[in-house]
Design a protein around this ligand. Structure first.
Ligand SMILES: Nc1ncnc2c1ncn2[C@@H]1O[C@H](COP(=O)(O)OP(=O)(O)OP(=O)(O)O)[C@@H](O)[C@H]1O
Ligand SMILES: [Mg+2]
Length: 267
């Protein structure tokens, strides 16, 4: 039997999530962080960056739906000071919401502009292991959903050359739940899937490792909590049926069919 290559893994910043994936994300992976609104995607990205700062990785955060200030404020609620990382030249937050003229701003949601800006940020930060969060990547294909896969492939390919370990968030429509499996998910090396449900009148959040290449990982759905001052806390594994989250099968199938039709119409 060939000897197994030892894989270098990066902590996500949430110890219980690291445990679910044999210690962390393999270096250089392109990981999709997916889920409905308000489920914890941005907060997981913040943990991933904060851990990067702690271990002196270079960190690049692209924010499309919130301003840079909003990300800084959110992080500060969990005791994370990105401002310090920015001052020390270890962190760059690229803001594509405000559309200003300053250096670390994207004027439009254009894929090439995004990639060029990330590379410019890496050159500015200098030599060393780097983490990138793109929050969210799906914002770049909002008006062209059928391009999701092509865009995802393009960005993964370019960033791979730069030795980045990437977290990229993408949203799931509330109405269609898990029907959008045609974009980033197939291209990603890993999928961390957030979910939500209302149980006995309470909003509950869950996390499932749906994919992590080269990794024996947990197959259990875990309930999580987002706590002030702390961030994501994993409460433990739960038993839920898929039907508890998804739409009736017939509806899901129709959505999938219409997605496929749209893709096949592409040149
Ligand atoms: N300081 C805090 N204390 C407790 N809960 C908080 C705190 N800050 C945020 N939250 C919770 O986290 C949620 C937001 O999580 P997050 O921003 O990670 O969602 P998301 O998955 O990125 O959503 P979207 O797709 O809309 O961007 C809030 O709706 C709130 O419930
Ligand atoms: Mg978010």
């Amino acid at each position: 039997m060939p000897t197994q290559t030892k894989i270098e893994r990066l902590s996500t910043g949430v110890p219980e999530i690291d445990e679910m994936i044999s210690g962390g994300i393999p270096r250089g992976f392109f990981v999709a962080v997916t889920g409905e609104p308000g489920t914890g995607k941005t907060i997981l990205c913040i943990h991933f960056m904060a851990e990067g700062m702690r271990v002196r990785d270079l960190c690049i955060y692209v924010t499309t739906e919130e301003s840079r200030q909003s990300i800084l404020n959110q992080a500060s609620q969990f005791g994370i000071d990105f401002g310090k990382g920015i001052e020390d030249g270890k962190v760059i937050v690229i803001d594509s919401l405000m559309g200003t003229d300053e250096q670390w701003s994207l004027k439009s949601l254009d894929m090439e502009e995004l990639v060029n800006k990330i590379i410019e940020a890496k050159k500015t930060l200098g030599y060393g292991r780097a983490r990138v969060c793109i929050d969210s990547l799906s914002a770049f294909w909002l008006d062209r959903p059928a391009m999701a896969r092509r865009y995802s492939y393009f960005i993964k390919k370019v960033l791979a050359k730069w030795d980045f370990t990437v977290f990229t968030t993408s949203q799931y429509a509330i109405t269609t739940s898990d029907a959008f499996g045609f974009g980033v998910e197939h291209i990603a090396d890993g999928i961390i899937r957030f979910r939500r449900a209302v149980r006995n009148g309470m909003l509950r959040r869950y996390l499932l490792i749906e994919k992590m290449r080269q990794t024996p990982h947990s197959l259990n759905l875990h309930e999580i909590s987002i706590c002030d001052g702390k961030g994501i806390v994993v409460l433990g594994p739960v038993q839920e049926r898929k039907e508890d989250f998804g739409l009736p099968r017939r509806v899901t199938e129709r959505i999938i069919e219409s997605q496929k039709e749209k893709e096949s119409e592409l040149p």
